[in-house]
Design a protein around this ligand. Structure first.
Ligand code: ADP
Ligand code: MG
Length: 604
């Protein structure tokens, strides 16, 4: 027998005033579906995630995403997957309709990314959606236009096999939710993050991400994770990452693969550890910790590794149905998963990584890179081992104890050794080389030298920072303050120590040592302006963008007298950069007038 329910003494009921009370009734279909939709669709990035998962499940090879205003105005996801047969398209938009699951037992062995049958219905309920699809086995396609969940157009449409989904004005009918969306840039960053995650999880698929029709990221789709990593994080990290060795436990059902950074490439937070379980990106503090644990004693305290770790295990050993967004999972045996990851990563490090001897001095961390890693650096950099890398860019007060590692960038356009002749117009260094005369723009050349040093120091977590004698309070435009705080991690890794100081004010405690005594507030304003104006897509581009502004402010200006030794040191440093012929903004650092051109001009 069921006990009668008693409401006596329920907190809230006693205190509720009569005029507040509402009778209990069923929510309207519309409100109920909006509430349910809110669980799946939190922000533009959720739409992208769900649509991309559907494309992957549909067997697509080419997935293209374009967003405008961080996805708030417009999102389009186009795939070349199997499409949906005309008779099933409308069904796909009903809640709990899926082609991926038919019985409760199926939940035990899910091999697709989707299975809850909620995404299309949810997205359609909170946006204006256009959905065009054609099944590979049918001659014609279908176009649906749906507003707030109501189908307003259903017609035949021609398109190649596959599916194109367009979402406009997300949450236009849920103003409360729309209000909580963050700046375009922040929403865009969430979208970027999802797309790069899926690109890493599925290297055999080609992902293209555009912002307002400009391609900002593309994975090659050649099946090589390393190439995806290069597209996401840049050549230096991509080339240096170590392939995870299989854990060597043939009886274990848990497989671990992926790429991890050598200890020398470490970061100030955990956000560079990316985990996948059976092709699904997950957040899991214990698994993340197992990766960190594997680097025990190899990293300075407060530093974290970077890596992409893929765990595979039989579908019945992991429950993916924990949360509507599906980024949490439960393992049948959490300890086994933890051990497998930790063991594989550790073994990879021991067998492949050069162990950097981190020698802490009063001035900062220095790494002595030994063995195969150093050899690889030499080879990539095309530099002889005799090169004296201790020499610092001219005029810098940076601590000379920090050695810089050769850049991994291929030096395709290296410079011949140059002899400095003098300075022209207090702007150009005049030099001669075996091939003729060189006019070097002192500012652009110095920018290039500082830029490569700064990024290389940053990759080894050894950017020299200089504390201000007195912390400086700077007051900025609201947008500038926002964007700087949003990227406080990147600023920190490049040597800034900045704190929020209430409202639009920031407190600057330290600046990168290279900037010397340049006014901190003017640099930060320039950095903010660059962050705001740029398309600001992926992390590596953001770092470079900040580094460019720092180097622009720190480098010698046109009109400054340079001593001969300074000019010589500048030219020597420039010779050692990976791209000596352009400044970080892409302008030329030098003009070359060849011997033959001189002869021609003199009519010889
Ligand atoms: P789920 O992915 O959980 O099944 P969705 O609401 O995301 O639920 O999608 C419902 C159904 O619509 C899917 O099961 C699939 O059959 C179909 N579908 C959705 N997107 C695509 C697509 N891009 N290509 C082919 N079929 C799709
Ligand atoms: Mg789905």
């Amino acid at each position: 027998m069921v006990a009668p329910r008693s409401f006596a003494g329920v907190a809230g009921c006693d205190t509720m005033r009569a005029e507040d009370s509402m009778p209990i009734r069923l929510l309207s279909q519309e409100v109920a579906s909006q509430i349910a939709a809110g669980e799946v669709v939190e922000r533009p990035a959720s739409v992208v995630k769900e649509a991309v998962e559907n494309s992957i499940d549909a067997g697509a090879h080419d997935i293209r995403v374009d967003i405008r205003a961080g996805g708030k105005e417009y999102i389009s996801v186009i795939d070349d997957g199997c499409g949906i047969p005309a008779l099933e398209v409308e069904v796909a938009f009903q809640r709990h309709s899926t082609s991926k699951l038919s019985s409760a037992e199926d939940l035990d062995h899910i091999t697709t990314l989707g299975f809850r049958g909620e995404a299309l219905a949810s997205i359609a309920a909170v946006s204006r959606m256009t959905f065009v699809t054609r099944s590979v086995v049918e001659p014609a396609g279908t176009l649906l236009r749906i507003e707030s969940g109501d189908i307003v157009v259903h017609e035949e449409s021609g398109r190649p096999a596959g599916t194109a989904l367009t979402v406009e004005d997300l949450f236009f009918n849920l103003p409360a939710r729309r209000k909580f969306l963050l700046s375009d840039r922040t929403e865009q960053r969430h979208v970027d993050a999802w797309l790069t995650r899926y690109a890493m999880a599925y290297p055999e698929l080609r992902f293209t991400l555009s912002h307002s029709n400009n391609v900002v990221f593309q994975s090659p789709g050649n099946g090589r994770l390393r190439d995806v990593l290069i597209a996401v994080y840049g050549l230096e990290i991509g080339a240096a990452a170590l392939e995870i060795l299989s854990s060597g436990q043939p009886e274990s059902p848990i497989g671990v693969s992926g790429l991890i950074g050598p200890p020398s490439l470490n970061r100030a937070n955990r956000s560079y550890i990316t985990l996948f379980v059976n092709g699904r990106w997950i957040q899991d503090t214990r698994l993340t910790y197992s990766v960190i644990q594997a680097y025990h004693t190899l990293l300075p305290t407060g530093r974290y590794p970077l890596g992409v770790v893929m765990v595979t295990l039989p579908p019945d050993q992991v429950d993916v149905n924990v949360h509507p967004a599906k980024s949490e999972v439960r393992f049948a045996d959490t300890d086994a998963a933890f051990r497998a990851v930790q063991r594989s990563v550790r073994q990879t490090l021991i067998e492949q990584a050069p162990v950097p001897t981190a020698n802490y001095s009063a001035t900062g961390w220095g790494h002595e890179v030994s063995g195969s890693f150093a050899d690889r650096h030499e080879r990539f950099a095309g530099l002889g081992s005799g090169t004296d890398e201790r020499q610092l860019p001219f005029g810098q007060s940076t601590d000379p104890g920090i050695e810089s590692v050769h850049s991994l960038m291929l030096s395709r356009d290296g410079l011949p050794p140059l002899r400095v002749l003098g300075q022209l117009k207090l702007t150009y260094v005049v030099a001669e080389g075996p091939e003729g005369m060189y006019l070097i723009d002192q500012h652009a050349a110095h920018e290039r030298v500082l830029f490569e040093h700064l990024l290389s120091d940053r990759n080894r977590a050894s950017v020299a920072s200089q504390s201000l004698l007195e912390p400086e309070m700077i007051d900025l435009a609201p947008d500038s303050a926002d964007v700087l705080l949003e990227h406080i991690d990147i600023l920190g890794e490049l040597g800034f120590q900045v704190e929020p100081f209430g409202g639009t004010a920031l407190l600057v405690r330290a600046v990168p040592a290279v900037v010397g005594n340049v006014d901190a507030s003017s640099i930060l304003e320039d950095v903010a302006a660059a962050l705001l104006s740029g398309d600001a897509p992926l992390a590596k581009n953001l770092e470079e963008l900040v580094a460019r502004e720092v180097c622009k402010a720190a480098s010698v200006k046109a009109g400054q007298v340079m001593a001969r030794e300074e000019m010589e040191q500048l030219v020597r440093s420039l010779e050692r950069t990976a791209s000596p012929r352009t400044c970080p903004h892409g302008r030329p650092t030098m003009i070359h007038i060849s011997v033959s051109q001189l002869a021609r001009d003199f009519g010889r």
